[in-house]
Design a protein around this ligand. Structure first.
Ligand code: GAP
Length: 505
């Protein structure tokens, strides 16, 4: 049988979780003490991949642009930030408990899992009716009756200082963007920026999820990369780069299709997305395209990506319009990232609650106005990490291969001496490694079993392995082996850097 016929993708998220633990990408949080649900620790290879995803995002969305600046805000915030943002009042999921075994379930997920109907836009009353009409029982113990659904706020509350009381209460941020909004005036006054411009931030966010699940997909502590793009509300279509993206195509699951309970996607251009008023502005379509293109360039295939328009009923309290970028995970199409048009909601709320003026002055009309958030590219780091692993994990014949793009691979070049007990060979292999160490992320190993070493590197996604053998001592060349094709090429040591740069970059 042809080897390519045996190539298989990932089968389940559990397979990926156990692979991640075995290979040092991700470990269950607090495992030594029995674990803590919804928390994960990244291992030596995981942290490398995660840092590369973050660096790539920052470069593309911040450093390479003239119209975006970054900040790094605090994680613990004054409680008023979260009152003003609407999260203390509205950032809740609907919870039901099993009266028999006590297991807690997120009501919309339960209904969706059991009846396979979308439930995230149902009201508490509708969920109650659906659970009762369909006689839904606890899926954990299979018998228990469920309590009436009730709202459960997702913010983590803490106390600052020695005295615990309502005055010392503070919140861990539930989304990174709120520290962008509360620093809007600071940035505007100090960073020499002009509308339209963006403020970006990446960092931890915390949500006390009722049912963390699907490995890293829904956790209680995670990282976000977010950008708030502020514009003059009368100039939301003044997007100079729009023509460049207008003809690019994307699959879209529109709100209208979802209302008809259909999953039919429409192939359309980003231009049509703006012209047919699916999004309110050209800037929103532009940023959706930037986000989508970034995911493609990281190595996610277009057939596993689609945009999903939020229906009116499911829009968050702050949103004018929202599109999720969904990925076809092993457990179905789910939100990978998202982008809301947040209008003037956040700056208006923070102006009102802080009693500080967050408006800008228009020199032409001599009037003040609140800037408009035309788009909010928001991407979970952990979900990008998960999608990239799901996409790259391949069973190719008898080997597991992580087909990551070389720029993302935790190790780029692995160097092995053919034998581990020949001094001359070891010395030469170490010299080769030393030459490459400054230019690439390298790994050196004296295993003495090249076949096994190749397999280990294939599994962690190392694009290139180099073997130093006895011919190398005479001819000053090495064997370079390609991860995906397994093709082996002899390359002179003096040409190695150039050869590898072409292969890796
Ligand atoms: N500021 C907008 C915002 O926070 P969101 O859709 O709630 O919007 C944005 O979150 C992104 O953050 C999601 O698309 C996802 O990538 C990531 N995310 C949200 N909740 C998460 C969770 N519990 N675990 C992991 N990632 C999460």
């Amino acid at each position: 049988m042809n080897k390519s016929q045996t190539v298989q993708p990932i089968k389940s998220i559990d397979e990926l979780a156990s692979f991640c633990k075995r290979r040092g990408f991700v470990y269950p949080g607090s495992e030594l003490y029995g674990g803590l649900s919804g928390f994960w620790d990244y291992g030596p290879l995981g942290v490398e991949l995660k840092n590369k995803i973050k660096a790539d995002w920052w470069k593309r969305f911040v450093s390479d642009r003239d119209d975006v600046v970054g900040i790094d805000g605090a994680i613990v915030n004054n409680q008023q930030i979260w009152v003003a943002s609407g999260h203390v009042g509205s950032f809740a999921d609907v919870l039901v408990d099993c009266k028999r075994c006590g297991t807690k379930h997120r009501a919309d997920v339960l209904i969706n899992d059991i009846l396979t109907i979308p439930a995230d836009s149902m009201t508490v009353e509708q969920m109650k009716e659906t659970i009762s009409k369909n006689n839904i029982k606890c899926p954990a113990c299979k018998k228990g009756e469920l309590t009436e659904p009730r709202k459960f706020n997702l913010l983590f509350k803490t106390h600052v200082g020695a005295v615990e009381g309502e005055k010392s209460a503070a919140y861990l941020r539930g989304e990174t963007c709120q520290t962008i909004f509360v620093n809007f005036k600071n940035v505007f006054d100090t960073a020499r920026v002009k509308l339209p411009f963006g403020i970006a931030q990446m960092g931890k966010a915390f949500r006390n999820e009722i049912a963390p699940r699907d490995f890293l997909f829904r956790s209680r502590e995670f990282e976000q990369m977010e950008l708030e793009f502020f514009a003059d509300p009368r100039k939301l279509d003044d997007c100079p780069e729009f023509e460049k993206i207008a003809k690019k195509k994307v699959s879209v699951l529109t709100a209208a299709e979802q209302i008809k309970k259909s999953q039919n996607v429409t192939e359309m251009t980003f231009g049509e997305l703006a012209e047919k008023v699916y999004v309110k502005s050209k800037w929103h379509a532009y940023w959706l395209c930037q986000h989508y293109d970034w995911l493609l360039e990281l190595g996610i295939s277009a057939e596993n990506l689609r945009l999903r328009e939020h229906t009116k009923d499911e829009l968050s309290h702050y949103a004018v319009a929202t599109f999720d970028i969904e990925y076809k995970f092993p457990f179905g199409w789910k939100e990978l990232g998202g982008q809301a048009d947040r209008g003037q909601f956040d700056l208006t709320q923070h102006s009102k609650f802080s009693k500080k003026d967050l408006s800008c002055f228009d020199e032409e009309t001599k009037q003040r106005f609140i800037p408009y958030v035309a788009a909010e590219p928001s991407q979970g780091v952990d979900r990008a990490f998960l999608a990239l692993l799901a996409e790259a994990y391949t069973i190719d014949g008898d080997r597991i291969v992580l087909k990551l793009k070389p720029k993302l691979a935790p190790v780029q070049v692995a160097v092995f001496p053919l034998l581990k007990n020949d001094e001359k060979l070891l010395k030469f292999a170490l010299e080769v490694r030393k030459e490459l160490k400054e230019k690439f992320i390298t790994h050196y190993e004296e295993s003495g079993n090249i076949g096994k070493s190749y397999r280990r590197q294939d599994e962690i996604g190392t694009p290139v392995c180099i073997t130093v053998d006895f011919d190398s001592l005479k001819k000053k060349d090495v064997t370079v082996r390609d991860r995906d094709t397994m093709k082996q090429t002899r390359v002179k040591v003096k040409d190695l850097e150039k050869y590898l740069k072409e292969l890796i970059n």
